[in-house]
Design a protein around this ligand. Sequence first.
Ligand SMILES: *Cc1c(COP(=O)(O)O)cnc(C)c1O
Length: 241
Amino acid sequence: MNSIIANLMQVRQRIELAALAAKREPEDVELLAVSKTFPASAIEEAMHAGQSAFGENYVQEGIEKIVQLAKLRPWLVWHFIGPLQSNKTREVAEHFDWVHSIDRLKIAERLSTQRGEFSDLAPLQLCVQVNVSAEDSKSGVALAEAKALCQEIAKLPNVILRGLMAIPAPNADPALQRQAFTAVRDCFIGILAANSADLGFQFFDTLSMGMSDDLESAIAEGSTMVRVGTAIFGKRDKIHP
Ligand SMILES: *Cc1c(COP(=O)(O)O)cnc(C)c1O
């Protein structure tokens, strides 16, 4: 069997087992296939195995594939998950369906304005990226600042606030993996509780956390979307970290 298809089946099984172990419904955890550095042909293979949501980290590379696979839309749903600079927001607003990596208001404001220029497009779905590992090199807003940022984003037109995203520092110890994910989940629950009456939070339902090496821990702590690259497509070339 083709290895991408076999890998996908394996990842789906890992998700199912982790969800059942946590007494959750497997359908409540969406699989985002992270296709960065892999060609459009790999995405098509995954698509033939029923995968529709794909994540890209680099604006130009992602858009090239989106354009190549344009005829497969709207079945394919594109998530931008990498760091986003102001000068790239217009292209992201034009081509992607989701952005997971919002860590300052200015970027969300630009996306909102620019998305509004494409009247045929649905609102852009946004997640605020939180920094749980307190490493300077990692992007994301501090947990303590996430609520205020979400409240500002919730007021913007042409975007929908969907939840939080996190990339904890890699850790081989499942207990420490879970600690980081617990912190994100508690932050998410706190934000939701404080804003449950606000219409801007009515679609705040997404906890984007968990990757190839820690998806079980993330699901145990409430992840609703795991972002998996290596376990589906194989190891990436070193030039793309
Ligand atoms: C690359 C990447 C992933 C996927 O990581 P794997 O370890 O290959 O599963 C997930 N999320 C983000 C933000 C990434 O950049």
